[in-house]
Write a protein that binds this ligand. Structure first.
Ligand code: C2E
Ligand code: MG
Ligand code: MG
Ligand code: MG
Length: 285
C-alpha cells in the first residue's frame, strides 16, 4: 500500500520536499511583485436569492496568472502568502479591490448589491482586520452593510475567547459575517450559538450528495433548520444540477451559488448579469 499513499511518498522523497520549498519561495517573490504591480485578479461569482433569482451579492475569488509560473490556484496563493508574511498585504489588496469594484456597481445603479470577501484564518486571528475593514470602507465610501466577510469554519478559531471578540467587533462595524464551508469543520452547536455570525454557507460536498445520499439530505435539512432557529441566513454553494436547486428550495434554503446558476465571472461580464437583473426586478429600497 505504501507506494500508493501520496503522503507516504512525499515523506520518502526528500528532494521533492526541497523542490516544494523552492517553488514556495519563488512564488512568494513573484506574489509580492504581483501585489505591488496589481497583477492579481478577482473574479466574481453571483449569489442568488433562490426564490425569484435576484442577485443578492457577488463573491470575490482570487485569480493569478503569473508570467513565470502560470496559473496559481487561490489556495496555493493563500498558503504561500501566509507562509512568507504576505497575508496582510494580500488581504488588503483583495478587500480594497473588491470594495472599489462594488462601489463602481453601486454607482451604476445597483446600490442594493453586496460583496462577499474570503478572509483567511491567519488574518482573522491577527486582530488587524477591523482597522483594515474600516480604512477600506472609508476610502471607498461603501456602507458597512454591503460587505460580507467569509470565514471558513474549518479552523481552530473558536478555541480562543479573542476570536469571538474579534467577530463581535467586526459585527459592530456593521459588516456581515458568513461561516464558509459549513459542515466540514468542527463547530459544535453550542459554539455556533455563541458566535456573532449571521450567515452560514453549506459546503458544496453536501450539496453534491444531496439528491443521491439521504444522510447528506438529512444533514442539509438539519443545518437549514438550525440556521433558522439562530436567525442566520443560509447559502448553499456548489449547486450544479437543477434537482439540487429544487431540493434546496423545498428545504427552505434562501440563497444559492454554483455553476448551474453562474460561474465566477470577470468584472466586465458581471455588468451584463446586473443589467438583466435590474430589468427583471425592481430593487427593494
Ligand atoms: P470558497 O470560498 O468555498 O469558494 C468556493 C469555490 O468553489 C471557488 O473555488 C469556486 O470557484 C468554486 N465553485 C463555485 N461554484 C462551484 C460549483 O458549482 N461546483 C464546484 N465544483 N465548484 C464551484 P476557487 O475560486 O478555486 O477558490 C477556492 C478557495 O480559495 C475558496 O473556497 C476560498 O476558500 C479560497 N479563496 C479564494 N479567493 C480567496 C481570497 O481572496 N482570499 C482568501 N483568503 N481565500 C480565497
Ligand atoms: Mg467563500
Ligand atoms: Mg465555501
Ligand atoms: Mg471551499
Amino acid at each position: 500500500y505504501a507506494k500508493h499513499d501520496p503522503k507516504f511518498a512525499s515523506r520518502l522523497f526528500e528532494p521533492g520536499m526541497d523542490e516544494r520549498r523552492l517553488r514556495s519561495q519563488k512564488l512568494a517573490v513573484a506574489l509580492q511583485l504581483a501585489i505591488e504591480n496589481d497583477e492579481l485578479n478577482l473574479v466574481y461569482q453571483p449569489i442568488f436569492r433562490l426564490d425569484g433569482g435576484h442577485i443578492e451579492s457577488l463573491e470575490a475569488l482570487l485569480r493569478w496568472h503569473s508570467a513565470e509560473h502560470g496559473h496559481i490556484s487561490p489556495l496555493e496563493i493563500i498558503a504561500v502568502a501566509e507562509h512568507h508574511g504576505l497575508a496582510h498585504q494580500l488581504n488588503q489588496w483583495v478587500l480594497l479591490s473588491a470594495c472599489r469594484q462594488l462601489k463602481h456597481w453601486h454607482q451604476q445603479g445597483h446600490g442594493w448589491l453586496k460583496v462577499n470577501v474570503n478572509i483567511s484564518p491567519e488574518i482573522f486571528m491577527s486582530g488587524e482586520l477591523g482597522s483594515t475593514v474600516k480604512t477600506v470602507l472609508q476610502r471607498t465610501g461603501l456602507p458597512a452593510s454591503a460587505l460580507v466577510l467569509e470565514i471558513t469554519e474549518d479552523t481552530s478559531l473558536w478555541d480562543t475567547a479573542g476570536s469571538i471578540d474579534n467577530l463581535a467587533r467586526l459585527r459592530q462595524l456593521g459588516v456581515e459575517i458568513a461561516l464558509d464551508d459549513f459542515g466540514t469543520g468542527y463547530s459544535s452547536f453550542s459554539h455556533l450559538r455563541q458566535l456573532p455570525v449571521n450567515k452560514l454557507k453549506i459546503d458544496k460536498s453536501f450539496v453534491s450528495d444531496l439528491t443521491t445520499d439521504s444522510r447528506a439530505a438529512d444533514l442539509v435539512h438539519t443545518i437549514i433548520r438550525l440556521a433558522e432557529s439562530l436567525d442566520m441566513e443560509v447559502t448553499a454553494e456548489g449547486i450544479e444540477l437543477p434537482e439540487q436547486q429544487q431540493h434546496l428550495q423545498r428545504l427552505g434554503c434562501q440563497l444559492g451559488q454554483g455553476y448551474l446558476l453562474a460561474r465566477p465571472l470577470p468584472a466586465s461580464q458581471v455588468a451584463d448579469w446586473l443589467q438583466q437583473d435590474l430589468q427583471r426586478y425592481t430593487p427593494a429600497g
